[in-house]
Design a protein around this ligand. Structure first.
Ligand SMILES: CC(C)(COP(=O)(O)OP(=O)(O)OC[C@H]1O[C@@H](n2cnc3c(N)ncnc32)[C@H](O)[C@@H]1OP(=O)(O)O)[C@@H](O)C(=O)NCCC(=O)NCCS
Length: 185
């Protein structure tokens, strides 16, 4: 597996994986009409806009297996980048997206992506040394994965998403060294 920071021209590949991952992971959680609708086009627009806005401190990392995009993580660390997200106002590194290709899950790639993120966050002297994300409470696989790595539920909100009202936890890691150690096991 080869890891590298994303470039602006990676937007179509990220959008493709993001869409396939949502369709697999959120089936039964979000409405079929939403998942089977123009999600790919929405993700293409999103990433084409988002990637050029990334600042040096932000961290959008791709995992590639040959030509294949096996996974990615998008983390906003820059205060302006976090402020661009209505749910992003919180100290520390904001993991906006983490996705492993549906046929590659459960083989340790998610842990590697989080480990590299924790190491990146620790390298930024001005960043609160913590990491957080939102996870749908019904996304049992991801929630189990994060909880097994020590993520703590800081709050639970309901929000509209894809034509449904969903419940979402904010999960927080306040000890990045402990998170790194958990990712390495
Ligand atoms: C969540 C996700 C990123 C995790 O990546 P992954 O590569 O599958 O995870 P890893 O193989 O690194 O780690 C799996 C570990 O998580 C833990 N885990 C996974 N599911 C679990 C569950 N339901 N309960 C408890 N622990 C669980 C286990 O410790 C497992 O380790 P093991 O295989 O040695 O038992 C990936 O499954 C994914 O892309 N899911 C779909 C998209 C998504 O939901 N993204 C998150 C949005 S918030």
């Amino acid at each position: 597996m080869h890891f590298r920071r994303a470039r602006a021209d990676d937007a179509p590949r990220i959008a493709d994986l993001h869409t396939r991952s949502w369709r697999a992971a959120y089936r039964g959680i979000l409405p079929d009409a939403f998942l089977d609708g123009p999600l790919l086009q929405e993700k293409q627009i999103h990433w084409a806009a988002k990637l050029p806005q990334a600042q040096a401190d932000d961290f959008i990392l791709l995992a590639e297996d040959g030509d294949r995009l096996a996974g990615f993580i998008a983390v906003w660390c820059n205060p302006e980048s976090k402020a661009a997200d209505p749910y992003g106002n919180y100290p520390g590194a904001y993991v906006d997206n983490i996705h492993v290709a549906p046929d590659g899950r459960g083989r340790g790639l998610g842990r590697q992506l989080l480990l590299k993120t924790a190491e990146h966050a620790q390298s930024l002297p001005d960043l609160d040394p913590s990491l957080w994300l939102w996870v749908l409470t019904k996304n049992a696989r991801a929630l189990g994965f994060y909880r097994a790595l020590g993520g703590e539920i800081a709050e639970t909100i309901t929000e509209p998403l894809g034509g449904a009202t969903v419940e979402t936890h904010r999960l927080v890691w306040t000890d990045l060294a402990a998170l790194s150690a958990a990712c390495r096991t």
